[in-house]
Design a protein around this ligand. Structure first.
Ligand code: FE
Ligand code: FE
Length: 328
């Protein structure tokens, strides 16, 4: 007999949030179906801090440390700090946009879910920022200036145009579902595949970076799933809204493909390529994709793969939402 006065037994961690069982996007995670009702505050407290994060707010276990070889000045260090700085800022801006979804949530289920997503994105920004300090690129006092310097023009060229497109829709027009569509396709739909690629490329060189990306990726897969469910449910009830939302996505994707993302990735990948050549012995057996050795991959191939994966996610998510017409 159980003692009725004892503490309630801990609920099992949901498999999609469990560090050991969560499926990556390209490993079945893209098929995950979750609703805002399922993923409220209670779900988050039950699953994210102890399941995904395993009690590690910084996204990696204390015994997982960054090796000296990426701390030393050189192309790998440079490639890493540029990527971390940009991700910090991108997460921060995503969090800022999301705050309007909390504000304009049409019901409590949406408000709860977006409040958790707001915490997730703010946490992602915080851990990347902390990692920049951990990499020796900045001190807590200088980190903001260092981020601005490392990100440079990419802020105005990549992040600002996206924000200028998304913000009026939610902040000025209070178009909640339009903003959900955009954040799910343009922000989560781009971040999630790039996290998975980045996790693979940094895994043998900086396990801290890889673990940070893995944990954030688990969050992004959930954000994508819930965002898609909201749009699908909305269109089931309001099929006449389809054309309008298709137009919003189409224009957003058009904008996205005009941004100098390839230029940015080319800069990061060129440094990475130079860096991995210096550590060929360490990386000899590492496969970036199943059956494909990292050392045999080129910057163009890795960028191509990221775009290919992003396109696949766009296609499956838009189809799943009922907005496949935006793909034509
Ligand atoms: Fe994020
Ligand atoms: Fe997210």
């Amino acid at each position: 007999m159980t003692d009725s006065t004892g503490p309630a037994p801990r609920r099992a961690i949901a498999p999609e949030a469990d560090w050991d069982t969560a499926k990556a996007l390209f490993d079945g995670g893209d098929g995950l179906v979750l609703s805002a009702e399922q993923c409220g505050i209670e779900y988050w407290f039950d699953n994210v801090p102890q399941g995904t994060l395993r009690g590690n707010v910084l996204g990696h276990a204390p015994d997982v440390v960054t090796p000296q070889l990426v701390l030393d000045e050189g192309p790998l260090h440079e490639a890493l700090i540029r990527e971390v700085a940009f991700r910090t800022l991108a997460e921060e801006r995503a969090a800022a946009s999301l705050s309007y979804l909390v504000l304009d949530a049409p019901n409590l289920a949406c408000m709860e879910f977006y409040a958790t997503q707001l915490i997730d994105e703010t946490r992602h920004a915080m851990i990347f920022r902390r990692h920049l300090v951990g990499l020796g690129a900045a001190t807590p006092d200088t980190v903001q200036d260092v981020i601005d310097e490392l990100v440079g023009d990419d802020r105005q060229r990549i992040l600002t145009p996206l924000e200028n497109y998304v913000l009026p829709i939610i902040r000025d027009e209070h178009d909640f579902i339009g903003a959900v569509v955009l954040l799910t396709t343009l922000v989560e739909g781009v971040l999630a595949p790039s996290f998975e690629q980045s996790e693979r490329k940094w895994r043998p060189l900086d396990p801290v970076m890889a673990d940070i990306q893995k944990g954030a990726g688990i969050d992004e897969v959930r954000h994508l799933a819930v965002g898609s469910s909201l749009v699908r449910a909305h269109l089931e009830q309001h099929p006449k809204d389809t054309d309008r939302l298709v137009e919003i996505v189409r224009n957003g994707m058009h904008l996205f493909y005009e941004l100098p993302v390839i230029e940015q990735l080319s800069g990061w990948e060129a440094l990475y390529q130079e860096g991995i050549a210096q550590h060929a012995d360490l990386l000899a057996d590492y496969e970036i994709w199943p059956g494909h050795k990292l050392l045999d991959s080129t910057p163009e191939e890795r960028i191509g793969k990221t775009f290919e994966m992003t396109a696949r996610i766009h296609e499956s998510r838009l189809t799943d939402m009922g907005l496949a017409a935006a793909l034509t």
